[in-house]
Design a protein around this ligand. Structure first.
Ligand code: BGP
Length: 453
């Protein structure tokens, strides 16, 4: 198990605006895609969430008390621009100033994401990322944030391009709930890469210091049967589909010939197509070397068998009895983190410093009977094993400089609602009281090793 952390390690936990804030109708906030969708499909109530809008100072002081020196937060676009035009809502702006001030006063550095799965409703209605005009709106929103929130020096553009596109256009679990539309999914990804690139260029024009990057959920695929050519081939395609297309676009500013060839092949056997304009590639090329950091979210790996699944050409996921799973069926495979870190540092030699921007395990937890510390040994084991693999990659030269646990406090899950908890701190969603979990103590103990002489 991990005994100590490297000096100056970024040791944080993550949140996302919509998943923690609640207060969806307060202080002039506009309507985003989830407000609308959940009002028509009440899978769960986005209020009160973790009531972070009112209780952030408690959560941030807990973060600091339990040894964290960084926090991932996101800005809710519709708190700043409620009508998706250029009219600013000062109350929303003030809330984020207060929040960032609180972080800085507690020595918890804010890493701020501009878009974490929460497009304004008007953006969704006009095609979301598929509409190129919305890309320019995103650039305007980003520019406003860079100028206004000069107290923030670490920015991420968009969270998990693949999960978003897949939720919106393949599984249909995210609004606008289209199913099995590969053209839309891959076009949205390309457009988000372009949006990211444009924002990176704007950032460098506006900000003289600080860093910006993108966040991808990398989910490595391994051939289920190492000796099967068909499984190996499906895995190569799966890798391009899930990881490499995006990595190329963000980190190289172009799609390598082989990447494009495989992607075109996947598209054509699924009767799908996308459009990439020459100008887009020029912008991507200019932006790629200006990424100051790279965020990688890691939860699980997949074992790929050649048997066809929902999308043709990329195989399907094997159910492996030898791999343990979370209660939600996600493979627990810490080694995948190591493999992916090594792979990206080898394949993208000019990669900026890497941060693991999310890693964690969802558990169905109950409050302890005597209000004491909640026992989450299962989480500690999970985090410890993943951190071990991270540090192993680091000791072999991979420039990974930080680790954010998903999540700081319990918060609802997009598709599973309030029952899937990830936090270091337990939230009683009725009373909104916070309770410490053992994993918070584990964080505190490891944090102390950074300052030992
Ligand atoms: C990532 C998202 C997070 C968070 C996490 C856990 O994809 O960036 O916002 O939700 O996954 O996922 P889930 O809540 O579905 O278990």
């Amino acid at each position: 198990s991990v005994k100590s952390l490297p000096k100056n390690f970024i040791w944080g936990a993550a949140t996302a605006a919509y998943q923690v804030e609640g207060a969806t109708q307060e202080d002039g906030k506009g309507i985003n895609m989830w407000d609308e969708y959940l009002s028509k499909n009440p899978l769960y109530n986005p209020n009160p969430a973790s009531d972070f809008y009112h209780r952030y100072s408690e959560d941030i002081s807990l973060a600091s008390k339990y040894g964290l020196n960084a926090i991932r937060l996101s800005i809710s676009w519709v708190r700043i621009f409620p009508n998706f035009d250029n009219k600013v809502n000062r109350q929303g702006v003030q809330y984020y100033h207060n929040l960032f001030k609180c972080c800085l006063e507690n020595n918890v550095t804010p890493y701020v994401t501009l878009h974490h799965f929460d497009s304004p409703q008007k953006m969704i209605e006009t095609g979301d990322w598929l509409n190129r005009e919305n890309i320019d709106k995103f650039v305007e929103y980003a520019k406003f944030c860079f100028r206004e929130f000069s107290e923030v020096s670490h920015w991420f553009t968009i969270n998990e391009l693949m999960s978003l596109a897949s939720g919106q256009y393949i599984t249909g679990a995210f609004p606008p709930n289209h199913k099995n539309n590969l053209s839309e999914a891959i076009q949205a990804e390309h457009n988000m890469i372009l949006a990211h690139s444009k924002v990176v260029l704007a950032f460098h024009r506006i900000c003289k210091k600080g860093r910006i990057g993108c966040i991808l959920a990398l989910k490595p695929g391994f051939p289920n049967d190492k000796n099967s050519e068909a499984d190996k081939e499906a895995t190569k395609n799966y890798e391009v589909y899930n990881n490499v297309f995006l990595l190329d676009g963000i980190l190289l500013g172009k799609y390598r010939t082989n990447t494009l060839k495989r992607m075109q092949n996947i598209l054509s056997i699924n009767h799908a197509k996308i459009k990439i304009e020459t100008d887009d590639l020029e912008i991507m090329q200019k932006a790629a070397p200006l990424n100051g950091m790279f965020g990688m979210n890691y939860y699980r790996s997949e074992f790929i068998k050649s048997q066809e699944g929902q999308i043709k050409g990329i195989g399907s996921f094997a159910n492996r009895n030898d791999i343990s799973k979370t209660a939600w069926g996600w493979n627990i495979y810490p080694k995948g983190l190591y493999v992916m870190l090594k792979r990206i540092s080898k394949n993208y030699p000019r990669l900026p410093p890497i941060l693991i921007t999310e890693n964690g395990i969802g558990l169905d937890e109950k409050q302890s009977k005597n209000d004491g510390i909640i026992d989450d040994d299962e989480r500690i084991t999970f985090l410890d094993q993943h951190l071990y693999q991270l540090l192993k990659a680091r000791s072999e030269g991979v420039n990974v400089i930080g680790y954010f646990i998903w999540s700081l406090e319990d918060q609802f899950s997009w598709v599973n609602g309030y029952g899937k908890r990830y936090g270091l701190f337990f939230v009683d969603f009725e009373s909104q009281k916070r309770f410490i979990k053992k994993s918070a103590l584990w964080c505190q103990k490891l944090s102390a090793t950074m300052t030992e002489v």
